[in-house]
Ligand binder design. Structure first.
Ligand code: SF4
Ligand code: SF4
Length: 458
């Protein structure tokens, strides 16, 4: 993964591990209980449209209240067992809905009834939470005019092989999905960004007319969207803007294949491909229903957790630690990594020694040593105005190389989150959340399920 230069002062290289050929993913059995997360707080309990005891079908669109714009797709058939509040990243107030899975599966016909209409509106109404999280919601903003679609076939984080697997094993579905996306968005250009090795292995991908294959480097972080914008499209995303603001929409290979599958079958895909990175850094690919607890995956993959081992949702550079094996697979869960307690570096209290490693490695040329001081001191506006906070592409390299083990990347993410919250873009709740169970009891959920400012170190 790491290639160091012979010359000590040169930057170390971090190289994506390629998947030499498609693997056969291990199928995780249907879970007994599936849990779904809504990115909205649990409030106005009397207005809830989902309550314990309610029956749901696979593929059914679930919303919390009449006013909700957010929805999730039920990945299973069963009955709701609890609706509870939980605290997500950085104290965000979210809602978890648990479903006891029934023995017989029933498929909801809601999407099938409208799937003859291949449009952005239908995609945004039903396919926003496909495996791979396509950005349909952002694309329906009337101010957004998409000119270019970029399909990424290389996973953005190191050691993760989910999209590499899809791009090698679902070539026909990807090509069909690209045609559908062109029709929906009227995008003039479609680009598939792949490293050279993967182009050969994914023979035929991008066969549709008007699709360009662009070669990206195998060096991390070449597959991160801001990096692709700069290196492949020659566009620098201005601070505070996104690629969609600039007319470019990024889709993962998994999401594109899912679009094709959904419109072809009339059923919304609900199975996620996940890379499991074990303590010895060996990898397995699994296919699990969205909502499956990680515990079920670990059992099949032979992963045993001991006291103080760490679970990381995502890859080694950009993943976040979580505390519980009950945490469910989501549509965006490309990887789960387990670190042995002996390999876990606790966040240290060492101060910055001004070694400059973080500045040297930063691909965005940010004065990271200064930026982190202001983020640590919670002077977020100064961090943004004077030290380039919004130019950070969130690659995590600075944290990886910091000899003082300062969780720089996590401070940066927290700073961006707090500024977004201050601008009213995100809601967060300070009160202790409560849970409604099937018996109607309300319980306090005491602990945050996600760690917010902890170091990720592979
Ligand atoms: S995470 Fe760190 S190294 Fe990466 S772009 Fe941001 S500041 Fe630079
Ligand atoms: S790498 Fe760590 S110790 Fe070195 S300058 Fe950056 S923050 Fe300070």
């Amino acid at each position: 993964m790491i290639k160091r230069s012979f010359f000590g002062l040169a930057k170390p290289r971090f190289v994506y591990e390629s998947l030499d050929s498609p693997m056969t993913p291990e199928r995780i059995p249907m879970p007994r209980k599936a849990t779904l997360h809504f990115d909205q707080p649990l409030e106005r309990r009397d207005a809830l449209l989902l309550n314990p005891g309610d029956k749901v079908k696979t593929g059914q669109k679930l919303v919390l209240t009449e006013e909700s714009e957010d929805y999730v797709i039920s990945p299973v058939t069963g009955s709701v067992s609890s609706v509870s509040a939980f605290i997500g990243d950085f104290g965000a107030s979210c809602t978890a809905v648990s479903i006891d899975v029934a023995a017989e599966e029933e498929i909801d016909s809601g999407f099938a009834d409208v799937s003859g209409d291949v449009s952005l509106e239908i995609a945004a109404r039903y396919l926003q939470h496909l495996p791979g999280n396509p950005p349909f919601k952002a694309l329906t903003d009337p101010r957004t005019q998409i000119e270019t679609i970029v399909v990424t076939g290389l996973d953005p984080d190191l050691l993760v092989a989910t999209h590499q697997q899809i791009v090698q094993s679902k070539v026909n579905a990807i090509n069909r999905g690209i045609s559908l996306l062109k029709k929906m968005t009227h995008a003039k250009h479609v680009i598939i960004a792949l490293p050279q090795k993967l182009v050969k292995r994914a023979g035929g991908v991008g066969g549709a007319s008007g699709v360009e294959i662009r070669i990206i480097s195998e060096d991390y972080p070449s597959a991160l969207p801001p990096f692709v914008m700069k290196e492949v499209l020659g566009k620098v995303v201005p601070a505070g803007k996104s690629s969609t603001d600039m007319g470019v929409a990024f889709f993962t290979a998994e999401a594109v294949a899912g679009v094709a599958e959904a419109f072809q079958t009339g059923q919304i895909p609900t199975t996620k491909t996940v890379t499991v990175i074990k303590k010895d850094l060996s990898r397995m690919l699994v296919e699990a229903r969205i909502g499956t607890p990680l515990r079920d995956i670990f059992a099949i993959c032979g992963v045993t957790l001991n006291d103080r081992d760490r679970i990381i949702l995502g890859g080694p550079m950009t993943g976040s630690s979580i505390y519980s094996e009950d945490y469910p697979v989501g549509p965006e869960t490309d990887a789960v990594m387990v670190q042995d307690s002996a390999a876990v570096s606790l966040v240290s209290d060492y101060p910055c020694i001004n070694c400059g490693e973080c500045v040297r490695i930063c691909p965005a040329d940010i004065p990271v040593n200064m930026l982190v001081r202001f983020c640590e001191a919670r002077q977020y506006e100064t961090a943004a105005d004077e030290y380039d906070l919004y130019s950070c592409i969130e690659c995590g390299l600075c944290t990886f190389v910091c000899p003082s083990r300062i969780p720089i990347f996590q401070y940066i993410r927290l700073a961006k989150y707090e500024l977004a919250r201050a601008e009213g873009k995100i809601e967060a709740e300070e009160e202790a959340p409560v849970e409604t169970t099937e018996e109607g009891a309300e319980e306090t959920v005491e602990e945050s399920q996600e760690e917010t400012a902890e170091e990720t170190d592979a």
